[in-house]
Design a protein around this ligand. Structure first.
Ligand code: CA
Length: 521
C-alpha cells in the first residue's frame, strides 16, 4: 500500500460526518489522476434536458444526453439553497452556506481564503482554470488561469475579466466561453492533469439565445405544465404570495418586447427581424388573463430553450475536443447546473422554493472505465458532494470539514445502504428580488417538511410527492399525517444538529431584509 492510499484509508476511517456513504472497502483506488472537466450552466432545469424525459419533450439535447449514455445520470441531485451564488460556493467548498458564508446574491462576498477543491487540486499538481460566470464577487482563488464575466454578465458582446484585467469580447457569450475554454485546453501543459471549470451564463434570465437560434422551434406551441394556472389554494401564504409568476412578474425585457443590452446595430437588425413581426402581432391581439400567460409561456420557452441549444452545442464541442485529443478515457466530465428552474410549473419562472423543480438540479458524470455507463441513480445526492468526489477521484484525502460525501461508490454502481435518507434545505434571500420568504426544511424520497419563518409568516407545510407529485397541497394539518409530521420534525432537528446550523443566522443571510444591498463590481 503506498503512502497516498494509506492516508486516504486513514482519513476515511477517522472521518466524522453526518452522512456516511463509503461502504465498500473493496472499492480500491480510482484510476490514476484523471483530468476533470466541469461544465456548469446557470439555471438549467432538468426538464430542459432530453435524457431526463420531461413529458412535454421540450427539447433534444444530444450532446448532454451523451454524458448520460456513457456515464451516470443523477435523478435527485439537490441544492442546499436554490440560487446562484450560494450554490456555486457550495460546489467549490462542499459545504452549506452557513459554513461557507455566501448566503445570498444581494450582499455576500465569497471569502476566497477558505479551502476549495480547486485549491486542493492545484496544490496536488493539477493545472486549474475557470472560464465564464463566477458571481461570487471576490476574485477567484485556486486557479492558474481565470477569465470570468463580471457579475451576471451579458449575453451579447460581453466584457469579461481576465486575471483582473477587463477585456471586451465580440459575439455570443456561450460561444465565447467555449472558445476560451478550448483555447486554454490547447495551450495547457500536457504533462500534468487539468481541472477546467466551464461556467456558462446561459440559460439564465433574460434568456437571450444566439442569433442563429432565433426561430429554432418554428413557432411551436409548447405543451403546458399541469400547474401553469396554479391558484396556490392548497398552500399557505408564503407560496401564494411571491413575485415570480408569468402572470405578474414577467417584464418586457423577459418577454423580448424590448431588445436586450449591447447588441451591435447589425445584430439588432437580425434580432428585430425575428422578434418584431411577432411582437407586433402580439400587441394587436391585446391578450389578457390566461391567454396572456399562455403567450408569455411560449415566448419564455422559445428563448430559454434557444439558450439551452447553445449550451448543448458547447458540450458537443468540448466532448469532441476530448475525443480528438484521445483524452476521453482519462477525463472525468461533469455536467451540472447551479440549481433547477421552474418552466411554467406553478405559473412560475425562477427558482428559490424547495418545491421540486428548483430544488433538483441536473447532474451527469462520465468517467470511462470507472463510472458505469448508462447507470441512473435516484438516491438523495447534492452539489455539496461534488468537491469530495473530485478529491477522491484525484487520489487526495477527504477534507473532514466538507459536508458532502464522495459520489464515487454511486459512480461505480456499488451498493450504498448507508447513503443519506434525508436532506436539509435552507433558503434566505428576501425580499429582493422575488419576495420568496426564507424557509428551511427536510427532504426525503417521499416527503418535504418545510418551515417558512420570516419576516411575517410562521407556517409549516408538508408535501407528499407520492400522493401529490405536482406539490399543490399542504398535508401538514391533516390528522392522517400526524405520525409522519412528528417523525420528520425529529429528523429535521437531527439534521440541523448534524450540520451545525446555528439557531439564528446572521442578519446578512437575509439579503435586503435587514441590510442594504452591497455594491457589486
Ligand atoms: Ca443560477
Amino acid at each position: 500500500m503506498n503512502l497516498r492510499l494509506g492516508l486516504i484509508c486513514l482519513a476515511v476511517m477517522i472521518r466524522i460526518n453526518p452522512v456516511r456513504a463509503c461502504d465498500s472497502p473493496s472499492a480500491g483506488p480510482p484510476s490514476s489522476r484523471p483530468n476533470i472537466l466541469v461544465i456548469l450552466s446557470d439555471d438549467h432545469a432538468y426538464q430542459a434536458i432530453s435524457c431526463y424525459g420531461d413529458p412535454r419533450r421540450l427539447i433534444e439535447t444530444p450532446h448532454i444526453d451523451r454524458l448520460a449514455r456513457e456515464g451516470v445520470r443523477f435523478d435527485r441531485c439537490l441544492v442546499p439553497n436554490s440560487i446562484c451564488g450560494p450554490s456555486r460556493a457550495s460546489i467549490l467548498t462542499g459545504k452549506y452556506p452557513h459554513r461557507h458564508g455566501f448566503y445570498n446574491n444581494t450582499n455576500c462576498r465569497f471569502d476566497g481564503t477558505q479551502t476549495t477543491f480547486p485549491k486542493l487540486l492545484q496544490k496536488a499538481g493539477y493545472q486549474t482554470a475557470l472560464i465564464g460566470k463566477w458571481h461570487l464577487v471576490s476574485d477567484p482563488t485556486g486557479f492558474d488561469y481565470w477569465h470570468i464575466l463580471p457579475g451576471q454578465g451579458v449575453y451579447y458582446n460581453p466584457p469579461m475579466i481576465r486575471q483582473g484585467e477587463r477585456v471586451q469580447h465580440s459575439g455570443y457569450v456561450t460561444d465565447i466561453i467555449t472558445e476560451l475554454s478550448l483555447a486554454w485546453l490547447h495551450k495547457r501543459d500536457k504533462s500534468r492533469p487539468f481541472l477546467l471549470l466551464v461556467h456558462h451564463k446561459a440559460p439564465h434570465r433574460e434568456w437571450s439565445p444566439a442569433l442563429r437560434h432565433l426561430g429554432h422551434d418554428r413557432d411551436r406551441q409548447y405543451p403546458e405544465p399541469p400547474t401553469l394556472f396554479d391558484d396556490y389554494s392548497g398552500h399557505g401564504r408564503a407560496i401564494r404570495d411571491q413575485d415570480m409568476t408569468l402572470a405578474h412578474s414577467f417584464t418586457d425585457l423577459d418577454a423580448k418586447l424590448q431588445p436586450p443590452p449591447r447588441l451591435t446595430p447589425e445584430q439588432l437588425q437580425v434580432w428585430n427581424a425575428y422578434y418584431e413581426p411577432r411582437n407586433q402581432a402580439f400587441r394587436q391581439q391585446k391578450l389578457t388573463g390566461k391567454d396572456l400567460i399562455r403567450w408569455r409561456y411560449n415566448r419564455y420557452m422559445h428563448d430559454y430553450l434557444g439558450c439551452v441549444k447553445g449550451v448543448d452545442e458547447s458540450v458537443g464541442r468540448l466532448l469532441k475536443y476530448l475525443d480528438d485529443e484521445g483524452l476521453t478515457d482519462q477525463t472525468l466530465v461533469v455536467y451540472c447546473s447551479d440549481q433547477g428552474f421552474y418552466l411554467g410549473e406553478h405559473g412560475w419562472f425562477d427558482k428559490r422554493f424547495i418545491l421540486e423543480e428548483s430544488l433538483r438540479t441536473p447532474l451527469l458524470i462520465r468517467w470511462p472505465k470507472v463510472a458505469r455507463a448508462g447507470h441512473v441513480d435516484r438516491q438523495l445526492t447534492s452539489v455539496v458532494d461534488l468537491a469530495p468526489t473530485f478529491l477522491e477521484a484525484a487520489g487526495l484525502p477527504p477534507d473532514p470539514a466538507m459536508q458532502g460525501v464522495s459520489l464515487l461508490p454511486i459512480l461505480r454502481a456499488q451498493p450504498t445502504p448507508n447513503w443519506r435518507k434525508s436532506f436539509y434545505y435552507h433558503y434566505t434571500e428576501y425580499p429582493v428580488p422575488h419576495r420568496v420568504r426564507p424557509h428551511y426544511g427536510i427532504v426525503t424520497a417521499r416527503y418535504k417538511l418545510v418551515h417558512f419563518y420570516k419576516p411575517d409568516v410562521d407556517e409549516w407545510e408538508l408535501l407528499d410527492r407520492d400522493k401529490d407529485p405536482l406539490e399543490t397541497r399542504n398535508f401538514y394539518h391533516d390528522p392522517a399525517y400526524a405520525d409522519v409530521v412528528r417523525q420528520l420534525h425529529a429528523e429535521l432537528q437531527q439534521l440541523r444538529r448534524d450540520l451545525e446550523v446555528p439557531a439564528e443566522l446572521p442578519k446578512e443571510a437575509y439579503g435586503s431584509l435587514y441590510l442594504p444591498p452591497k455594491k457589486k463590481k
